[in-house]
Design a protein around this ligand. Structure first.
Ligand code: E4P
Length: 294
């Protein structure tokens, strides 16, 4: 079991309470959990139902999601459980907010995940005004993180922003650079946004997130197992991150940009191809669990 706890909070990236329990027994704790529509679609009970020909209605799917997060909620520490709204590319901020409001009532430690789009940020803006905790997901650029900062300024609760490291690596760019750039940019801010390093694929991503002092990191069980198997290393000041992709090729660096956090959030260019693709994938995975007529 882990004796030297890192400063970075550790969340489980998954959709199965049994898995959370298992990670907890390996680490001795878990600080929180992130879920998303793809992870919920992979939940063993939902998969079993689908395998036996019983797909779900949207109401049943929401009920299942609620039951899953209610089972996870008491297992985790103060980083809470992130619950993602079901949004496609046309979902309005008002629709997302109304889902978010409902989901926030499911458990006492919820964070509502909204996509890092114009409508997602409007929903986040509305949410923080109502003291609904938020996690802005599918973040792939420093500009998006700047917009998150400005849109949620004044929030009484910490706001999470989730840069997706692995998905940038997948297309040859150094995802860890985005975590580093956001942390640097926020240094002169008021500290209300916490960086949640996400889309972690291997041990080096985890260690780099610790080394960059990300406030939080969300980790699939496969990677917590890798960390445990290596006896829980924590990087020291000599740690250097090797920015190479799965094929061993060097990843393209993502340069830092000077951005002014006093500008209106709408002035930042927040469009990102991977955000669009990410929403489409969540929609497809969510729909795969639903009845054809839905
Ligand atoms: C974060 O909240 C997401 O659930 C997650 O990290 C996505 O990771 P993936 O790129 O492995 O799907």
């Amino acid at each position: 079991m882990l004796t030297n706890k890192p400063k970075t909070k550790i969340l489980v990236d998954g959709g199965d309470p049994d898995e959370t329990l298992r990670v907890k027994s390996v680490l001795g704790f878990v600080d929180g959990q992130t879920t998303n529509p793809s992870l919920i679609a992979k939940n063993p009970e939902i998969q079993q139902r689908i395998a036996s020909g019983h797909t779900l209605t949207p109401t049943e799917e929401a009920d299942e999601y609620r039951k899953i997060v209610q089972a996870i909620s008491p297992l985790v520490g103060d980083a809470g459980v992130s619950i993602e709204v079901f949004a496609d590319l046309d979902t309005s901020a008002e629709e997302m907010f109304s889902q978010g409001e409902e989901m926030f009532s499911w458990i006492p430690n919820a964070y509502i995940k909204y996509p890092c789009t114009h409508e997602g940020l409007r929903a986040a803006e509305m949410s923080v005004q109502q003291e609904i905790r938020v996690n802005i997901t599918l973040c792939f650029s420093q500009e998006q993180a700047a917009a998150v900062y400005v849109a949620t300024k004044g929030s009484r609760e910490p706001v999470y922003v989730s840069p997706f490291v692995g998905r940038l690596d997948d297309r040859g760019e150094d995802g860890i650079d985005v975590v580093k750039n956001i942390k640097t940019m926020y240094k002169n801010g008021d500290g209300h946004v916490h960086v949640l390093s996400a889309s972690i694929r291997h041990l080096d991503h985890l260690l780099a997130s610790f080394a960059l002092n990300a406030e939080l990191v969300t980790v699939p069980a496969k990677v917590t197992d890798e960390w445990a198997a290596s006896n829980f290393p924590i990087p020291d000041q000599n740690f250097t991150y090797k920015a190479v992709g799965a094929n061993g090729q060097p990843l393209k660096p993502i340069p830092y940009k000077e951005l002014d956090l006093n500008l209106p959030w709408q002035s930042f260019d927040i469009a990102h191809e991977l955000t669009t693709k990410g929403i489409q994938k969540f929609v497809a995975d969510y729909r795969s669990t639903l009845q054809r007529s839905a």
